[in-house]
Design a protein around this ligand. Structure first.
Ligand SMILES: [Zn+2]
Ligand SMILES: [Zn+2]
Length: 278
């Protein structure tokens, strides 16, 4: 079965007028899965007719702010736009620490939740959520979609997860933020596509500020992500989370850098770029 990947947000922690924060939509087998929920995620999702109440699950690769900025928006907006009192809770799947972040988010929105319960007769309970923490292994098995997690290496951020989505013979891996590592290699082996966050080490290193240079030591460069894709034998590499943002007209330069290590299909672009796999 085909898997459709939509890059909802291709940005990074640095606000950009044209790029939302990290978030990727995966649609396959009748299911809609959101991986990370960076700045502006629901605005971008609305552009492809997906609302918070259409999500079957939210997957978090790690708890860095840029990847979870809009967690509160996803939770509250789903709650207030779900009109079926019997609707299933939103599964939120992430690394250890996720339950604490979700709890604190609900607490931060505690006044809002109270106002809305007081105001609407049909809202009687806080947002229904179901948090599952994993470090590796199977995390989702709902016919026909299976999802497996594996540890990645984004230290000192840990633990961090990559996810592999399998649907009837097609597989896509979402790496999140990581340097090349065995966990990601094993997870990606034999998949059809790899979605990888990337930085331009050559450009970031030109910035004369240590805090920017620090970014390089826990992310993959474009070439490193491409080498991971080549080792895994995937047919398609999808680049996202561009640091710095791809300047207009520079897409080919980024593609060329990836092509030095990987000779398959290379996809990159703006928010809402869509790739069909399988
Ligand atoms: Zn990160
Ligand atoms: Zn990030």
């Amino acid at each position: 079965m085909a898997i459709e990947i939509t890059l909802l947000g291709t940005g990074s922690p640095i606000p950009d007028p044209h790029r939302a924060g990290p978030a990727t939509l995966v649609r396959t087998g009748g299911q809609t899965l959101l991986v990370d929920c960076g700045r502006g995620v629901l605005q971008r999702a609305a552009a492809v007719d997906v609302g918070a109440n259409n999500l079957d699950a939210l997957l978090l690769t790690h708890l860095h702010s840029d990847h979870i900025t809009d967690l509160g928006d996803v939770i509250i907006t789903r709650w207030v736009t779900t009109f079926d009192a019997q609707a299933a809770p939103l599964p939120i799947i992430g690394p250890p620490g996720t339950a604490e972040v979700v709890r604190a988010t609900l607490e931060a929105f505690g006044f809002d939740i109270g106002y809305r319960i007081a105001h609407h007769d049909d809202l009687t309970e806080p947002p229904p959520l179901e948090v599952h923490e994993y470090t590796e292994g199977p995390v989702w098995d709902r016919e026909p979609v299976r999802i497996t997690a594996a540890p990645t290496d984004h230290r000192p951020v840990e633990p961090t997860l990559g996810f592999r989505v399998d649907c009837e013979g097609t597989a896509v891996v979402l790496a999140g933020d990581t340097v090349p590592c065995a966990g990601l290699d094993d997870l990606s082996a034999g998949a059809d596509a790899l979605v990888h966050t990337v930085i331009r080490e050559d450009l970031v290193n030109q910035i004369p500020m240590q805090r920017f240079k620090d970014i390089c030591d826990y992310h993959s460069s474009v070439q490193q992500a491409a080498a991971t894709a080549a080792r895994a034998g995937v047919g398609t590499l999808i680049l996202t989370h561009y640091v710095p943002a791809i300047a207009p007209g520079q897409e080919e330069q980024w593609r060329q850098l990836a092509a030095t290590e990987f000779d398959g299909r290379i996809e990159l672009g703006d928010d809402l770029h869509r790739v069909q796999v399988g």
